[in-house]
Design a binder for this molecule. Structure first.
Ligand SMILES: Cc1cc2nc3c(=O)[nH]c(=O)nc-3n(C[C@H](O)[C@H](O)[C@H](O)COP(=O)(O)OP(=O)(O)OC[C@H]3O[C@@H](n4cnc5c(N)ncnc54)[C@H](O)[C@@H]3O)c2cc1C
Length: 412
């Protein structure tokens, strides 16, 4: 049994950021970071983008091995935390080791939701190992069937097309990216996929998968069928809560955390894709964010809370997605909006603003080549953080600099 200190379970984006943030905030006792994957912690976003396009792409590490040594963070890789005793304040590792903790962070992330079809091999994409297995199959001419028109499905569709694979995407909803992207912004991306030759089929479900002598038949609910060589499911992810549940922690769309990311168990915190928490900018609505930046910010915030910090986590949600030559950025919670304003910039780029009932800016989204929308989305994020109530006509007018709207009235 080691001396108790800070233990972080889950060595992904969030866990790594938390471990370093503990040091940056002055913690000098032991820090142990436990990760189930047998690799130096790596970035996930490239797995569906450059990491899938290039055969030679290795994992993009978050920090190099020396950084952990320099910060005196003990990195335990390739070992799962199998048990948690919140009364005795210790974690049991799958190799039999027992780690005592003073404070514990669960940053266990999420896993790809499997499809309920047995008997046909279906690829998932969450880990570096998944990306390598999929990449091996994506030789030019291989017919790829993607189930799910969400972020992962569309990113990997674009990457497969870039490798010379004919791609069919099947999406149950009436349009792709139905969950978090406003319709007109999603339409720009959908058109780009179609222009790249991707067969995008919305409003129909996959009813069956049947291996044939020449490939796999994907049977659709609308009666049609598509023959492909490889099937990949991008149908969302499920928070990794097994360890927390076994230990009796409250779970509600992920490990239930409070505004400081503290869980229902004393001295146990949760952050990143695995947890839900009340967001103060959205009337304390309980949200679970699945985004790279949220994972980092929550890791840092959880570290501060583990050291006794009182502040709630209140960062404005933000994520991006790269598909073909377009980059999407979304800030805030789009589904909280009841009204909208649309700005069409002279360069043809469209920006969408989501407004609350009293006109408060709650979300914004834009898509364009490269960094085209970054500055405007950043300004929208600042407006959201201030609870600004900007004039909708000014939001829509491309002649009005968004920066000038930072002087807008704010809501209580
Ligand atoms: C293919 C892909 C592309 C993405 N692209 C984007 C993007 O373009 N933009 C964006 O904003 N976000 C993107 N994301 C989302 C982003 O990567 C995640 O939100 C982020 O990685 C979450 O970090 P996390 O540390 O909370 O969880 P994870 O990255 O899932 O890390 C959790 C880690 O904990 C480990 N673990 C789980 N249980 C245990 C246990 N009991 N013991 C030990 N270890 C355990 C897991 O093995 C895993 O390594 C993408 C995700 C994927 C999969």
């Amino acid at each position: 049994m080691t001396a108790p200190g800070m233990v972080v379970v889950g060595a992904g984006e969030c866990g790594v950021r938390a471990a370093f943030a503990l040091r940056e905030n002055g913690w000098t006792g032991p820090v142990t970071l436990v990760g189930a994957e047998p690799l130096l912690p790596y970035e996930r976003p490239p797995l569906s983008k450059a990491g899938l396009v290039s055969d030679s792409a290795g994992p993009v590490t978050i920090r190099d091995a020396g950084a952990y040594r320099d910060a005196d963070i003990e990195l335990v890789s390739g070992v799962e935390a199998a048990g948690l005793d919140t009364g005795a304040h210790h974690v049991e590792l799958a190799d039999g080791r027992r780690l005592g903790y003073e404070r514990l962070l669960l940053a266990t992330g999420a896993r790809a939701r499997p499809l309920p079809f047995d008997g046909t091999p279906v690829h998932l994409l969450r880990t570096h190992a998944d990306a390598v297995a999929l990449r091996r199959r994506l030789v030019p001419g291989t017919r790829v069937g993607v189930i799910g028109g969400g972020f992962i499905g569309l990113e990997l569709a674009a990457s497969a097309a870039a490798r010379g694979c004919p791609v069919t995407v099947v999406e149950l909803g009436p349009r792709p990216l139905g969950r978090a992207v406003p319709a007109r912004i999603a339409a720009v991306l959908a058109a780009r996929h179609v222009a790249a030759g991707i067969d995008l089929r919305c409003g129909t479900a996959v009813g069956r998968l049947a291996p044939t002598g020449t490939g796999i038949t994907v049977g659709l609910a609308d009666g049609d069928a598509v023959e492909v060589d490889v099937v990949v499911a991008g149908v969302g992810s499920v928070p990794e809560t097994a360890l927390a549940e076994r230990a009796g922690l409250a779970v509600e769309n992920g490990i239930r955390a409070d505004a400081r990311l503290a869980t229902s168990a004393p001295d146990v915190f949760a952050a990143g894709d695995c947890c839900s928490f009340p967001h103060p900018l959205y009337d304390d609505r309980r949200v679970r964010l699945e985004s790279w930046r949220a994972a980092q910010e929550q890791g840092a915030a959880a570290a501060r809370s583990m050291l006794g910090g009182p502040e709630p986590y209140a960062a404005v949600p933000w994520f991006w997605s790269d598909q073909h030559d377009l980059s999407l950025q979304v800030t805030g919670l789009t589904d909280a909006a009841v009204g909208e304003a649309v700005r069409l910039r002279p360069d043809g780029v469209e920006l969408w603003f989501g407004l609350g009932a009293q006109g408060r800016l709650l979300a914004a989204a834009g898509v364009g080549p490269g960094n085209a929308v970054a500055k405007d989305v950043r300004l929208a994020e600042m407006l959201i953080a201030r609870r600004a109530v900007p004039d909708p006509a000014a939001l829509a007018d491309p002649a009005v600099p968004l920066k000038s709207l930072l002087r807008s009235p704010v809501s209580a």
